[in-house]
Design a protein around this ligand. Structure first.
Ligand code: XMP
Length: 508
């Protein structure tokens, strides 16, 4: 078992980032709620604890506090922002609102290089500050090890108790040497060995799956997305011959995508079941124009197909899914028994014979899942794919969904993606949409009345908000002319320059 750093969450937006930074330093990390008990901590047996930031003021009664006993366990602690104020306040220091202005943004700091936290670093550092409170009186036994013009206790330490705090955010890129500071905490203070790496982890995950499953058979709902695909690759290595993957092709995939998913798994040692259900999906969607109704129909149809398939595999005891760590954190960490309402597959069947869930990736972040996928032999092209909505092109075709419209959109989308790739345009998600607007054109001597295709490319880190990407006009021009020339039924191309909010990323 790898050494573990325990991250306690006090409502800050960067908890996942802190956990990832720790893992980048080859130390395993987990996130738990800040109200964890000392006994639960002892059971986890971490080599160190990191307290996250948060939006509250520690002196407010309703702000999140932790059991003060945590600071007497002999386990090194690093507080970040609110976490450092909480640490100081809990052991007898004073925290007050900043008297002049709150500090915000990249800030020059002078650090004490005698401290283990800043060992071998330059004394001039930059830290991202974002605080309206600060530590005004240090607790007994503490000293300041960094200051800025406006903050005399930008970092604090008590060497004997191994308690450390930073007022800034070392986990963000705007603190240029932040990862080094975290590394110093891990290696100089907590005695980390650096025993976490994905190669060893792969072997461990395989061992765990084998121990859990024994000789039983497992059914994996494979959507073709990164998480469930990596899960399939891992399970096929762990339990060859016992894995059945059900991939429901609803006919609303991107061009060639169904075949690509099949090709990625065809040679693996698993039972790959592709259910070509296009006809039944199109039938169910016939004449439907309301976007929400389309989603509901696609979701319900998916469940029916999946249920029908699982009935054909009566001896399967486990259901596997590609749940990853952010899914677990988001649901408060008490996720063990719930079947994830899978965003990508539109909900899973409820009345089935499964006795257990297999979720080997539930401790990993997306970027780690991608690395693992490559390690397992999935091609880079495959594991770096952008998110694709479960209802597929169903949410990218305005108005009624017909076979003709799917074909137009698949072709136009493939051209746009090809041009974006060829011209190395960076965007987090990009695709074509088929609007329900037709317009007049002229091809040769003939009048046409064809569909308008909209192109969309967005930059986003969390997909909750986005900005449009200013794709160069030349690239848009080439994509547009190729689409109207090469795709039957596409008569005009427009580019979507709306952000989210107010627009969403998908059109419906
Ligand atoms: P919106 O359109 O809400 O999309 O701005 C945000 C992100 O979620 C994806 N998306 C979906 N994914 N099922 C999914 O699995 C859906 O119904 C769905 N709707 C949107 C979208 O592609 C974007 O990445």
């Amino acid at each position: 078992m790898a050494q573990t750093i325990l991250i306690l969450d006090f409502g800050g937006q960067y908890k996942e980032l802190i956990a990832r930074r720790v893992r980048e330093c080859n130390v395993y990390s987990i996130v738990k709620s800040g109200d964890i008990t000392p006994n639960e901590i002892r059971e986890i047996n971490p080599i160190g604890i990191i307290l996250t930031g948060g939006p509250n003021s520690v002196y407010d009664e309703n702000s999140p506090h932790c059991d003060k006993e945590i600071f007497n366990l002999g386990i090194p602690v690093l507080g970040i922002c609110y976490g450092t104020q909480l640490l100081a306040w809990s052991v007898g220091g004073t925290v007050e609102a900043c008297s002049n202005l709150s500090e915000y943004g990249k800030t020059d700091m002078i650090v004490d290089t005698e401290s283990l936290l800043y060992k071998d670093m330059d004394e001039n550092q930059i830290g991202l500050m974002s605080h309206t409170d600060q530590i005004t009186v240090l607790p007994e036994g503490f000293r300041s090890i960094a200051h800025t013009d406006n903050c005399k206790n930008a970092s604090i330490e008590n060497i004997d108790r191994k308690l450390y705090g930073v007022q800034y955010h070392p986990e963000v890129e705007s603190t240029p040497n932040g990862t080094q500071i975290i590394r110093n905490f891990l290696y100089n203070v907590c005695g980390a060995l650096g025993d976490y790496n994905l190669k060893d982890l792969e072997a461990k995950l395989i061992e765990d799956v084998r121990a859990q499953v024994g000789d039983e058979h497992v059914l994996l709902a494979l959507s073709g997305g990164v998480d469930s695909s990596v899960c399939a690759a891992l399970l096929s290595k762990a339990i060859p011959g016992q894995l059945h993957c059900v991939f429901v092709d609803h006919g609303l995939m991107r061009k060639n995508e169904g075949d690509e998913v099949e090709a990625a798994f065809a040679n693996k040692d698993l039972d790959f079941i592709r259910v070509n259900a296009k006809d039944r999906f199109l039938k169910a969607l016939d004449g439907v124009v309301d976007p929400e109704q389309k989603r509901k129909i696609i979701g319900a149809e998916f469940v029916k197909v999946f249920e029908a398939e699982s009935e054909k595999l009566p001896n399967v005891k486990f259901l596997a899914q590609g749940t990853i760590y952010p899914d677990v954190i988001e649901s408060g960490g008490s996720h063990a028994a719930t079947i994830k309402s899978h965003h990508n597959v539109g909900g899973l069947p409820k009345n089935m014979q499964f006795t257990g869930l297999v979720e080997p990736l539930r401790g990993l972040f997306k970027d780690e899942v991608r690395i693992l996928g490559r390690q397992l032999g999935l091609s880079a092209d495959y594991v770096d794919r952008q998110p694709f909505p479960g209802p597929g092109l169903g949410v990218r075709i305005m108005g009624e969904i017909t076979e003709e419209k799917i074909k137009i959109l698949q072709e136009a989308d493939a051209i746009f993606r090809e041009e974006m790739k060829k011209n190395q345009i960076k965007a987090d998600q990009f695709f074509a949409v088929l609007t329900d607007t037709r317009s007049v054109g002229v091809v040769g001597d003939f009048r046409t009345f064809d569909y308008t295709v909209a192109l969309r490319a967005v930059k986003t880190s969390d997909f909750m908000t986005c900005e449009y990407v200013p794709v160069p006009h030349e690239v848009l021009g080439i994509a547009s002319s190729r689409i109207v020339n090469e795709v039957d039924g596409a008569g005009r191309v427009v580019y979507d320059i709306t952000g989210k909010p107010p627009a969403t990323i998908e059109w419906c």
